[in-house]
Design a protein around this ligand. Sequence first.
Ligand code: IPD
Ligand code: CA
Ligand code: CA
Length: 272
Amino acid sequence: MTPPTPGDLDIDARYACAKALALEAAQLGMDFYRRREALAVEHKGSDRQDVVSIADKRIEDFIRARLAERFPEDGFLGEESGSADLQARCVWVIDPIDGTACFVNGLHTWCVSVGLLVDGQPHVGAIADPNHDELFHGCRGRGAFVNDTPLAVSAATHVCEGLTGAGTFHPRGKEHFIPFLQKLLGEGGMFIRNGSGALMTAYVAAGRLIGYYETQLKSWDCLAGLVLVEEAGGRVNDFFRNDGLLHGNPYLVAAPGVYRQLAQLIGPSLDG
Ligand code: IPD
Ligand code: CA
Ligand code: CA
């Protein structure tokens, strides 16, 4: 049976809620950020670079409670508190702080990311960056914006024409990263890593970066941003294959003129 179209769901209410919630959660994040010296920072696993604080947990609890109140029938997946009702037609996928390592070290590149899947497709995204007063947002079929300004990806046709976001984390292995950087530089390209996958994705949608490759991301890092990139005319890889929603995957988003070139520089590990 063909799934019903989102027409019978209140997408307007969910889009408005995503934006408002991302902004409110980002202000809560700012309260913690101003007092960050007092935050106890924990390491999540064996990777000493993977950190979390009470701010991450409190912000996720705040978002989760608000969504449960507004849309009790919807599912939820968050970085800090796990999942519920993933079989629902609407599933919220959120990262309370993307860029936690930046957050705890006083670097201003972190954000709150609120995404919504509808019938398994990224449909709504809101990414709030309170340090720069920017709210990136978009909804399938309605375009993408930063605050009120429409977003469009770069017109670049070669990697030498702009900056490419690049990122990795230790468990994935540097063999998926270093060769890419070498080839990118060999083509006259240049990389940047700001520590927030959600923001780098938003910057691709905004045309500030021509593309962004990460050796492995989780769905909460990128779901909101995927909506923005697609609505701004960009290309995205097959991130959701093989249970990508739960386990993550290698990730590439880019302007159409450089997507193929970047995919070639990455090689078969991208969609293999
Ligand atoms: C991290 C950021 C970073 C990426 C890491 C992610 P977190 O998310 O998106 O840019 O390189 O792989 O885990 O831990 O700050 O939410
Ligand atoms: Ca993240
Ligand atoms: Ca996070």
